[in-house]
Write a protein that binds this ligand. Sequence first.
Ligand code: SF4
Length: 192
Amino acid sequence: MDIAEKIEKLKRIYEEFEEKVREFKKEAVCQKGCADCCKQMATIDCTTLEAFVIYNKINAFADPLKSQTKKKLKKEIHKRTTKSHTTCPFLTKKDSCLIYEARPFSCRWVYSLKKCNGKSPTIHRVVFEEAKSTIRKIQQLDNTGYSGHITFILQLFEKESFTEIYLTGGFNPQKLQKILSLYHILPNLKKV
Ligand code: SF4
């Protein structure tokens, strides 16, 4: 399966999840402009396949937005390696998501049945279980890829040699051992 087919399949996985949990999300209190999850969640993980979609979205931004976003991501690497908890680099000053249509699954499944008020969201057990199984499906689809924090996974695509190998279906975690362990990135195959 080539990368374009995988991206199409990824979209279908997102849609299937939404379909399955629709009933449980009806009572959600989440509203546009509430960005508690983007500020409070300790980690926003994604797979390389999702990061590739986001990477292309950033590269399609016009300047100065593109260069500003890349600069922000570079700064975020330093913050993430020294702190475990940071606000998402894609959150705008108006509390909206800069990459909303391309956001990863970890941002798509979280919602809350009660106002969070600085605490964790209240999520129905069924949605939680469905999300776990959806993450496994995404990792299986991205079987020659990796998972980790969005900032670090995006960094992999800044290396041309990585992008070339990834896009042609190559998989060599041993060669990437140093960067994988530095950024706590795991090969998807180990988790499936
Ligand atoms: S990617 Fe968007 S939705 Fe996800 S945490 Fe960041 S700002 Fe929020």
